[in-house]
Write a protein that binds this ligand. Structure first.
Ligand code: CA
Length: 421
């Protein structure tokens, strides 16, 4: 088994087999590209200055220029880094001066949004999630709409409000309507929720008008991140007919700072759920394209000293694969660009403890979650923090995503504009 001379605990998300890319800054504030290894960051911009890596893009404030160089370059850089960090390789291991200039403890750096995201699309690809939501909001007997088993359903989100882990999220104000009220109200969201998701970072563009065949779709994905698609359920319920999600969703979407490459995830691939009915030919795919990535959701209120687990799911539950999503997205000729974010949709599993949102975990607030502090939660309160993690335990090491975290801030209220009914 490959090992690095940098000590990496077995449970660490970042062994030499992973090497996810991110954008970080040190005290000088200058953004640059780094790779996570154990509890450290390997500074690729410094490696380039030392002549060990080629390519000016390592000095960038986003991964886009590096990603745009293409798969053969990604593989080349990965091979160079794995060789450099290998326990038997002397070039870096035995050069303390070089180590001091290119290796930085993660605790001493700030992480930034890893990519400049041009467009953000959010799918709805968990059958269990779509069934739960359909059961609660429409009809338990016809919970899935007829198109769902044929189309990887999605909507266009908003890229400008995608934020990196650690960014606080303000509770939005918005228009809502209580079932018994005749007219809508305007005020702070009362049903603030999270959505446990993962997202693909597009690595290769397709030209406008040219679909990507499903069998080539994986070549258009650079890597993946964890996603928390914050959701204002009461705003969503009133606004989503007939055109779908809008202000309930674009208030903020949080992503993890480290992009785990598809190469690193290769051995986490497993068969997805059986698809019945058979997908149309343009979505029909050979090979195993689900990923065995264990996911966990943790919550901490202002009164709690530490996080407490509230759900555990797995990315392998997704009905539609990332390749099917990408093939469908481009099937009309829509052009995806490098750095675009394609999120999976809420990842819910088959049992209640595997649900990926409070809406489902508390079944629309009817079954509050009991917390160790003695508090209970139906939806998120101001000051609550939420943390998502994801990892895949392999033979002797772990391929992980780190975490995506965010805290709910109180709303900005203009008393003159409040209308309560
Ligand atoms: Ca979502």
């Amino acid at each position: 088994m490959k090992r690095s001379f940098i000590e990496v605990p077995v449970a660490s998300h970042f062994p030499i087999q992973n090497l996810p890319y991110g954008i970080f800054s040190k005290q000088d504030g200058k953004k640059r590209i780094g790779v996570a290894i154990g509890e450290y960051v390997l500074d690729l911009s410094a490696l380039q200055e030392e002549g060990i890596l080629e390519g000016s893009y390592f000095q960038s404030d986003s991964l886009n220029a590096f990603i745009a160089t293409g798969r053969s370059e990604w593989w080349k850089v990965r091979a160079v880094l794995q060789e450099l960090l290998d326990e038997n390789s002397t070039q870096l291991r035995d050069n303390q001066k070089l180590r001091d200039s290119v290796i930085v403890p993660q605790k001493n750096v700030s992480m930034h949004l890893p990519v400049s995201i041009g467009d953000y699309t959010d799918f709805y690809s968990s059958k269990e999630h779509a069934t739960n939501v359909g059961t609660m909001f429409r009809d338990p007997n016809n919970a899935l709409l007829p198109n769902w088993v044929h189309i990887p359903v999605a909507y266009h989100g908003r890229a400008s409000s995608v934020v990196v882990s650690g960014t606080s999220v303000r509770r939005p104000c918005g228009q809502t309507k209580a079932d018994e009220a005749e007219l809508p109200s305007f005020g702070p969201c009362r049903l603030m929720d999270f959505e446990l998701e993962m997202g693909c970072i597009v690595g290769k563009e397709n030209s406008l008008g040219e679909p990507v065949p499903v069998e080539q779709a994986h070549e258009h994905v650079f890597g993946m991140v964890l996603v928390n698609d914050w959701s204002a359920r009461d705003i969503q319920k009133w606004e989503y007919v007939p055109l779908g999600p809008f202000l309930a969703k674009n208030l903020a979407t949080s992503i993890s700072p480290w992009v785990v490459t598809l190469e690193a995830l290769e051995e986490c691939r497993v068969a997805g759920p059986k698809q019945d009915p058979e997908p149309l030919p343009y979505l029909k795919q050979n090979g195993e394209w689900a990923f065995d990535i264990e996911l966990e959701v943790k919550l901490k209120t202002e009164r709690m000293g530490e996080y407490s687990s509230i759900a555990k799911s797995n990315f392998k539950y997704m009905y539609w694969s990332i390749c099917q999503q990408l093939a469908h997205h481009t099937s009309n000729g829509c052009n995806l660009r490098v750095g675009d974010l394609l999120a999976s949709g809420t990842i819910s599993g088959p049992t209640p403890e595997t649900y990926g949102s409070l809406l489902e975990l508390t079944w629309r607030g009817t079954k509050p979650i009991q917390l160790s502090s003695g508090e209970e939660r139906k939806f998120l309160q101001d000051g609550d923090s939420l943390l998502l993690t994801g990892s895949s335990v392999r033979d002797g090491y772990t391929i992980g995503f780190g975490e995506v975290e965010g805290t709910i801030l109180p709303p900005l209220i203009d008393e003159k504009l409040l209308v309560e009914r």
